[in-house]
Design a protein. Structure first.
Length: 71
């Protein structure tokens, strides 16, 4: 399954919410050296009940808007 995700790094709390057809992922990690991406993957994996190795960023690695695939 592929989903559209918008990541908000440096947030006060870690959470995920769905707005329309997009997921908004807030993470405390900063957007440096891929830390926010790793945190977003963990949050999404927890939300969908899968291990983080089954969640992969397909496009938008350096952007806030990402396409993520859950295997």
């Amino acid at each position: 399954m592929k989903i559209a995700v918008s990541v908000k790094p440096g947030a006060r709390e870690e959470k995920i919410e769905k707005r329309g057809g997009e997921f908004i992922v807030s993470t405390r990690a900063r957007a440096e050296e891929g830390k926010a991406n790793k945190a977003a993957i963990k949050i999404i994996a927890r939300y969908f009940g899968v291990v983080s190795s089954r969640v992969e960023i397909v496009s938008g690695y350096a952007s806030r808007k990402k396409r993520i695939e859950i295997i």
